[in-house]
Design a protein around this ligand. Structure first.
Ligand SMILES: NC(=O)C1=CN([C@@H]2O[C@H](COP(=O)(O)OP(=O)(O)OC[C@H]3O[C@@H](n4cnc5c(N)ncnc54)[C@H](OP(=O)(O)O)[C@@H]3O)[C@@H](O)[C@H]2O)C=CC1
Ligand SMILES: O=C(O)C1=N[C@H](C(=O)O)C[C@H](O)C1
Length: 239
């Protein structure tokens, strides 16, 4: 499979290693200093693009891939206020797009445990829930995309929480997400249910970026010959 890497930072480089080891070919590498090389002709050489740039640049990059008929897997966080525009573009161009706030298999299993635990806790109001995420100091966005996904799953399944806040909660309807920036943390997420009697805590700790990178390559393999909009759930659990 011919892959275009849009964003060649920590994630782009980790993805390259795994993709090449699996026999894929990297036909384009775009970073901030060679964005002029991201031409229609160059991107059309790829069977699939993998986009990991960041909050400010993801949307334009994704649209450019879709407009040129190239399926795109994105892992960039902090841009999802524009997701509906991407969805419209995919429909208009009969394109292919896959997004996950976290590509690691472990976190996607953690998502399922998180939903299950929230559903159980619906009947046990003595437990209050809060979250913590820890990442390296270069991270541009807070809370992390993964934390926002986890919070969304809790809000969908636990009626007593109405919205999340990126600070301590000021009332029982708020779900608190505390963000910490400590090097070299690749990504830690903790969900804690606390009562007067005990705590129940679920925690995912990434030891490195291999899980994110191998999941993104798996997603690219899944998407390259498909049309439509997908998530990591489709890749791992068939929807
Ligand atoms: N979904 C997931 O599983 C994961 C998501 N992420 C997310 O992925 C994104 C990237 O993370 P990471 O690789 O660690 O970050 P890095 O900062 O290491 O890499 C981003 C790269 O993109 C480059 N870049 C910036 N603007 C553009 C542009 N317009 N076109 C092309 N390249 C550009 C940057 O260049 P320069 O350095 O010169 O600015 C940098 O090299 C973040 O949003 C992060 O939250 C990260 C890990 C896992
Ligand atoms: O920026 C990172 O590094 C990471 N970003 C993603 C997020 O915001 O959730 C995924 C992972 O936690 C690493």
């Amino acid at each position: 499979m011919k892959i275009a890497l849009i964003g060649y930072g920590k994630m782009g480089q980790a993805i390259e290693q795994i993709a090449v080891a699996k026999g894929h070919e990297i036909v384009l590498k775009i970073n901030i200093d060679n964005t002029a090389d991201f031409t229609p002709e160059a991107i059309k050489m790829a069977d699939v693009a993998i986009e990991f740039t960041g909050p400010e640049t993801a949307f334009e990059n994704i649209i450019k891939c879709i407009e040129n008929g190239v399926p795109v897997v994105s892992g960039s966080t902090g841009w999802l206020d524009r997701l509906s525009e991407v969805e419209v573009a995919v429909k208009e161009k009969d394109g292919a797009f896959l997004y996950s706030s976290n590509y690691s298999i472990g976190v996607n299993l953690f998502f399922e445990v998180n939903k299950y635990l929230a559903r159980l806790m619906e009947d046990y109001p003595s437990y209050d829930v809060s979250m913590e995420e820890i990442h390296h100091t270069q991270k541009k966005d807070a809370p992390s995309g993964t934390a926002i996904s986890l919070a969304g799953q809790i809000l969908e399944n636990l009626d007593r929480k109405k919205n999340w806040v990126n600070q301590s909660a000021s009332n029982p309807e708020e779900l608190s997400i505390i963000s910490k920036r400590i090097d070299p943390a690749p990504g830690t997420h903790v969900v804690t249910y606390s009562s007067d009697i005990d705590d129940i805590e679920i925690k995912h700790t990434a030891h490195n970026r291999k899980g994110f990178a191998s999941g993104a390559v798996l997603a690219a393999e899944f998407l390259s010959d498909r049309k439509g909009i997908y998530s990591m759930r489709d890749v791992l659990f068939g929807g």
